[in-house]
Ligand binder design. Structure first.
Ligand code: HEM
Length: 484
């Protein structure tokens, strides 16, 4: 008779042995797992010599055509993974958010005092508190309260454009900030010792730049909060993110320290201003180049809104073509062509490849926007692609414009409603056309984008006229602005 107690102990032994063997086999396989493919590397430098100094998204897109949508590059001490398909970005950054939500260090910004900024915080407790503070305030439900301000701003913008008549691309939509002149991913991030070298040393220039930017950044932190304190004293503080959190602090319910709050305020300013303004410039460029699209959008506005009033947020559900124009604006020339870098915080495997822990993970958003398997004629600005068949092509919306997973843009709802109401208002009030040169020749802008973390169209000119079929537009604008 087999003794009952012995059976489990044998069983346990076998089970433990199986586990150990599995771990060894899996571990050694994992160790042997290849890295994703990439261009040939040099022995010590890796791919350093191949790293593009400009137009990175186009260069990486060309490589992806050869090596695939998951590429591996390495430079001394760092693995870089470049994802060039929506599926790969979703599989890793979205579905495995717990691994892919850290950020690299942005030493240039740290040296310049640009700290406590959610965009650059890594995946820790401070990140969670900043995200909670910003996410709560900028949630889809909360953003409804901002719509009256956005409506008024959109109408004032259209009025300013009509008054000026001839536009140089960023004349009205002013978005130049100190942060824009500094770029992320400088040599300092890869070789931190450069900060200790004299500024004439190649690459050390950025440390000097950071010192110059410091006092400017300090003002961006300090001035808004001083203003809110002053307005609070006078009892005239309008609702705002800063006021909301100062009030929470005063009843011991704050989740951010005062310095963190200043950083969070600066984040909203810096992360939202340039991206939204650049998106609107892409729209204006698209209108200059695609008069048929402009007419089709205006015909929809004629049908739904008519001539006696201007569009409001309440019209959005009845204006599918305007929504398609907005979606196509995000896709056609994305303003964050390489997204914002993520970092993997643990080793992972994907499609039989090893993704080393600590890899810099970049998404080539522009390559995804040009994926010919998803978007027909991707260089064309064609809002019909998003309309259902048979009228349109029923192509998927371009959600990649706002990023992925736990790092997805916290301002996406605010941004979308700003972009939507500005586009609807401009189309309802203005006609955007080509400028002409001194000899009367039509100037056709070239749809090219600048380099950098956030990208915008190269300078172009356009002419703004009141919409041809509604000459009384300026009057309508003035009356409706007064009523708000
Ligand atoms: C059309 C306008 C905008 C575009 C295209 C855009 C795009 C993006 C992208 C691609 C990211 C990186 C996501 C990732 O790492 O996966 C991001 C992050 C972020 N955006 Fe936006 N954004 C826009 C407007 C705004 C606005 C209006 C705000 C604030 C009011 C804002 C606040 C942020 C913040 C705080 C982050 C960092 C999130 C994090 O690191 O966890 N954005 N945005």
């Amino acid at each position: 008779m087999a003794s009952p107690p012995e059976l489990p102990s044998n069983f346990m032994l076998v089970a433990v042995l199986c586990c150990v063997i599995t771990v060894i086999i899996y571990g050694s396989r994992k160790g042997r797992m290849p890295l994703p493919p990439g261009p040939p590397a040099k022995p010590l430098l890796g791919h350093l010599h191949l790293m593009p100094s400009s137009n990175a998204s186009a260069v990486f897109h060309n490589w992806a055509r050869i090596y695939g949508d998951v590429m591996h590059l390495h430079i001394p001490g760092k693995s870089i993974i470049i994802l060039s398909s929506h599926r790969a970005a979703m599989d890793l950054l979205q579905a495995k958010g717990s691994i892919y939500s850290a950020r690299p260090s942005f030493l240039l910004y740290e040296l310049a005092g640009w700290t406590n900024v959610l965009t650059f915080l890594t995946n820790d407790d401070r990140f969670n508190r900043h995200r909670q503070a910003l996410h709560g305030y900028l949630s889809a439900a909360n953003c409804v309260a901002f719509q009256p301000f956005q409506l008024k701003a959109a109408r004032k913008l259209a009025q300013a454009m009509l008054n000026t008549h001839v536009g140089e691309f960023d004349q009205h939509i002013n978005r130049e900030t100190g942060t824009r002149r500094m770029s992320a991913g400088t040599p300092l991030d890869f070789f931190p010792f450069l900060q200790y070298l004299p500024t004439w040393f190649p690459g050390a220039y950025y440390a000097g730049l950071a010192q110059k930017m410091r006092p400017i950044f300090r003002k961006i932190y300090d001035i808004p909060i001083k203003l809110v304190y002053q307005q609070q004293k006078e009892g005239i503080a309008p609702p705002s993110f800063l006021l909301h959190h100062l009030q929470l602090m005063s009843v011991n319910k704050g989740i951010l320290s005062i310095e963190e709050l200043k950083g969070a305020g600066a984040t909203i300013f810096a992360a939202g201003k340039a991206t939204t303004a650049s998106t609107l410039m892409v729209f204006l460029l698209a209108m200059v180049l695609n008069p048929k699209v402009q007419r089709k959008a205006q015909e929809e506005l004629n049908r739904v809104v008519g001539h006696n009033r201007l569009p409001t947020f309440a019209d959005s559900a009845s204006l599918p073509y305007i929504e398609a124009v907005v979606q196509e604006t995000y896709r056609w020339n994305t303003v964050t062509p390489m997204g914002v870098p993520h970092v993997s915080s643990a080793e992972d495997t994907y499609q039989g490849w090893k993704i080393p822990s600590g890899s810099l993970v970049l998404v080539n958003v522009r390559a995804i926007s040009r994926d010919v398997d998803v978007y027909q004629d991707p260089d064309q600005f064609n809002p019909d692609r998003f309309l259902p068949k048979p009228e349109g092509l029923n192509e998927p919306r371009f959600s990649d414009a706002f990023g992925y997973g736990r790092r997805i843009c916290v301002g996406q709802h605010l941004a979308h409603s700003s972009v939507w109401i500005v586009i609807a208002t401009i189309l309802a009030t203005c006609t955007i056309t080509n400028a002409t040169d001194e000899s009367g020749n039509i100037i056709v802008p070239v749809p090219e984008m600048s380099d950098g973390l956030d990208s915008h169209p190269h300078a172009f000119q356009f002419v703004v006229n009141p919409r041809q079929d509604t000459e009384e537009v300026p009057m309508l604008l003035a009356t409706e602005i007064d009523e708000l």
